[in-house]
Write a protein that binds this ligand. Structure first.
Ligand SMILES: [Zn+2]
Length: 189
């Protein structure tokens, strides 16, 4: 869900699902399963602020230089406004946001980040470092080495640049082809 939230901005496609309060309201209801949140322009701006703080953290998971302190400060502010409290039930005890409106709705996203942090999956959620991309993706690589949102797009673009630089160096001669085997004569003997 966090990946979907960060990817509401599609830089390459030039679209932003959160560019209007209605867009945010639709995303919350359809993607987030958070219905009936009153969304105005101020609420929309808060959501975008959270989205960009999350993107900065996802870029830092990819060893990119970002304002990490600023992003954490923003996240802490959202967590405070969401007013988390333990909620007891027969199956579990969970910290849930108690604030009404957008603060509570965005708090549900913060709760997912907290859960991902404790189950070890948070650092695998990364943002693509390619210019004009910053698309969020989940790094499935066993050694957490995934860098690009999609090797076919951003990875290859970067590899092509590296190849052009390498190809200026002299190449080694190609190996000679060995002659094909002759068919053995048949019908003899
Ligand atoms: Zn990318």
């Amino acid at each position: 869900l966090i990946r979907s939230f960060v990817n509401t901005l599609n830089i390459e496609g030039g679209t932003d699902d959160l560019d209007t309060p209605d867009g945010l309201s639709e995303w919350l209801a359809n993607e987030g399963g958070i219905k009936g949140t009153h969304v105005d322009e101020a609420a929309r701006r808060r959501a975008v602020e959270l989205r960009e703080a999350l993107r900065a953290i996802l870029l830092s998971h990819n060893d990119e230089e970002v304002d990490e302190a600023g992003a954490f400060e923003a996240l802490n502010d959202f967590a405070r406004r969401a007013r988390f409290a333990p909620v007891f039930g027969p199956e579990e005890v969970a910290f849930r946001p108690q604030a009404p409106g957008i603060d509570g709705a965005l708090g549900k996203l913060i709760a997912i980040v907290v859960a991902a942090e404790s189950d070890g999956t948070w650092s695998r959620l990364k943002a693509c470092p390619a210019d004009n991309c910053t698309w969020a993706f989940y790094d499935h690589a066993r050694n957490r080495s995934g860098k690009w949102c999609d090797m076919a797009v951003c990875g290859n673009r970067t590899k092509a640049r590296a190849f052009r630089e390498r190809s200026r160096q002299p190449r080694s001669p190609a190996a000679k082809k060995s002659p094909p085997n002759r068919p053995s004569p048949s019908g003899m003997g």
